[in-house]
Design a protein around this ligand. Structure first.
Ligand code: PLP
Length: 392
């Protein structure tokens, strides 16, 4: 492994050279079953034929045009994406490159909406404790976890954290007449696959509507079908003002999206926002394949079924090391009685020329996290869970 990368990641000692479906192969030819999908990115697995073809075909035409113009492929992607989110009231989209960038865009829209309508002083963005919204100075400020706030201040001001699930705290925060937006992950990913309750989301939607505060869902990890509905917020029956997406949206090509409903769709005007690579034709070509695949009839139901299968299978073990299994669709957290990281290490260390390893994630010190590709087969699920059971 090279040491020229800055030391920002707690990496496991593996270097991959090849992928196929739900499998990755390392430099020594050892194979690993992928329950991570690159942290919810490779939603169609590795080397998906239609995705490969779309990217290659687009690369042969052009990789990029500047935002003075539109490209046919980016326009088609934007239209399909807005249509895919229309059940949640989305009307327009801004395309960028990452989840953090999408959340920055969302915060800008909330602030401009409030400033233009109510004047200065109503600029705060409320987020939840345990949330994760990105690594830029502003999205770190939005992230409601103290451990991310060491060393990098001063941060963008105007973020306020409240505990998820606490409607009194929500009321108190939103009643201050200083709030422009509420930014929520319907299911928190990084802090352990923590779903908000329907009652809490309904209360948040009601209170935001009453106070004209923008309700913004960060669906960077839980969106694009991962939880069995195209947007996770659909399952809560609420219509947000803004939704952010990234990760799985282009199946592995960098992308980010800020979608806006009726209230927020026209807040950004010319020169308010921009991004050189935003709406990049390669990402758009890949994104079109993801949207088409995920919206094929029955595809989302399969995600729900496969997730149910994983959770039910782990329940049948009645394993003393397993405390709780949570999540929806193929976004699953498993609380265990031991530290998670050594389990990740053992899951890869078992691999040799004839024995596969297993790639899993952690989310917090004692939580395993599974975000497998949507195309994972029942046999692969059983194989991966068999490996995990042996390790626990
Ligand atoms: C919910 C959520 N929001 C935002 C981000 C940041 O996305 P990115 O790393 O693409 O900037 C992440 C990344 O893990 C995330 O899970």
């Amino acid at each position: 492994m090279t040491d020229v990368f800055m030391n920002t990641y707690h990496r496991l000692p593996l270097t991959f050279t090849k992928g196929e479906g739900s499998w990755l192969t390392d430099t020594k030819g050892r194979r690993y079953l992928d329950f991570t999908a690159g942290i919810a990115v490779n939603c169609l697995g590795h080397g998906h034929p239609a995705l490969v073809k779309a990217i290659a075909d687009q690369a042969a035409k052009f990789n990029h045009v500047c935002n003075y113009y539109q490209s046919d492929v980016s326009a088609a992607f934007a239209e399909k994406l807005v249509a895919a989110c229309s059940a949640s009231g989305m009307r327009r989209v801004f395309l960028g490159n990452s989840g953090a960038e999408a959340n920055e865009g969302a915060c800008k829209i909330a602030r401009k909406y409030s400033l233009r309508k109510y004047g200065p002083g109503r600029y705060r963005i409320v987020t939840l404790r345990g949330s994760f919204h990105g690594r830029t100075i502003t999205t770190l400020a939005a992230t409601g976890q103290d451990k991310f706030h060491r060393d990098f201040g001063p941060f963008t001001e105007g973020f306020l954290y409240i505990p998820g699930g606490d409607i009194d705290a929500l009321d108190k925060a939103l009643d201050s007449n200083t709030v422009a937006g509420l930014l929520i992950e319907a299911i928190q990913g990084e802090s352990g696959i923590v779903p908000q309750t329907p009652e809490y989301i309904a209360a948040a939607a009601k209170r935001c509507a009453e106070r004209d505060i923008l309700l913004m869902f960060d669906e960077v990890q839980c969106g694009v079908g991962r939880t069995g509905t195209f947007l996770a917020c659909e399952a809560y029956g609420v219509k947000p003002d803004i939704v952010t997406l990234a990760k799985g949206l282009s199946g592995g090509v960098p992308v980010g999206a800020v979608l806006a409903g009726e209230k927020a769709a026209d807040v950004f005007g010319v020169s308010d926002h921009g991004s050189t690579f935003g709406g990049n034709p390669l990402a758009a070509a890949a994104g079109l394949v993801v949207l088409e695949t995920v919206n094929t009839p029955g595809f989302l139901a399969e995600i729900t079924r496969k997730g149910g299968k994983i959770r039910a299978e782990i329940d049948t073990w009645r394993h003393p090391a397993v405390k709780e299994v949570r999540g929806r669709g193929l976004m699953i957290g498993v609380d265990i009685t031991q530290d998670a990281w050594p389990v990740l290490e053992k899951a890869i260390a078992r691999a040799d020329a004839s024995t596969p390893g297993l790639l899993i994630l952690s989310a917090g010190p004692k939580t395993l996290r599974f975000l497998p590709p949507y195309i994972i087969s029942d046999a692969e699920i059983e194989q991966g869970l068999g490996i995990l059971q042996g390790l626990l």
